[in-house]
Design a protein around this ligand. Structure first.
Ligand SMILES: [Mn+2]
Length: 220
């Protein structure tokens, strides 16, 4: 959610695939699938602009139902962010999370959605995101051994090549590296998309910036 101006269409397309192929398509929750994030970063405004509050509430309900993690073939853990501030976490602990809520500001559910792998060993507070954990290769290794897993697959960070091997046994997959027509202007990472559409018979433009929609919707 929140990236680009066709978030609604993309979300509906993914959900449609889940409905059509429930045993073959699996959608996991990410840190943007929450009320707080979508309020600040554009998706809520996009839904209200295109539909209404009822549709937005339905999306919120879907967000809380999305699983936080999945295990493939008893060997690969897939989740959006990464590993945990708590020591000794098991897959059973993850299964016991009551996920049907807004993500809290700390704890297992929070870390699932927010953490990033780092180069340095150990556990460090994720100062860049001001939430979640930066965990070292040793944390990955001990988690895999404890849970008899071979690999962790996560996303959460853009990668130019679409993926990267961050630790032995942990990879990042981010298959849309140009996901928001990213462009570098001076030293600030900044992007903008403009869409043109008909509204009340007039051609209007809708400008999307990193932190949400431009509220002016100026006619062109
Ligand atoms: Mn993310």
């Amino acid at each position: 959610m929140d990236r680009g101006i066709f978030g609604v269409e993309l979300a509906l397309y993914l959900l449609m695939n889940k409905v059509l192929f429930p045993n073959h398509v699996f959608l996991l929750r990410g840190n943007h699938e929450s009320k707080a994030m979508t309020s600040n970063y554009g998706f809520a405004e996009e839904v209200l602009f295109k539909y209404n509050q009822q549709v937005l509430d339905s999306f919120y309900e879907v967000f809380t139902a999305l699983p936080l993690a999945a295990v493939i073939n008893e060997s690969i853990l897939v989740l959006h962010g990464g590993l945990f501030t708590d020591i000794g976490v098991t897959i059973r602990d993850l299964k016991n999370i009551d996920r049907f809520s807004e993500p809290p500001n700390r704890g297992l559910m929070h870390d699932c959605l927010w953490s990033d792998p780092g180069k340095a060993p150990g556990r460090h507070f994720n100062t860049q995101r001001n939430g979640g954990l930066v965990f070292g290769p040793d944390v990955t290794e001990s988690f895999l051994i404890r849970n008899k897993l071979k690999l962790i697959v996560r996303s959460h960070e853009v990668r130019d090549a679409g993926f990267s091997n961050d630790h032995e046994g942990l990879m990042t997959i981010f298959s849309a590296p140009n996901y928001c027509d990213c462009k570098l202007l001076s030293n600030d990472f900044f992007y903008e998309l403009i869409a043109y559409f008909l509204s009340n018979g007039k051609l209007r433009s809708l400008s999307y910036f990193e932190r949400g929609f431009d509220s002016k919707y100026p006619p062109i």
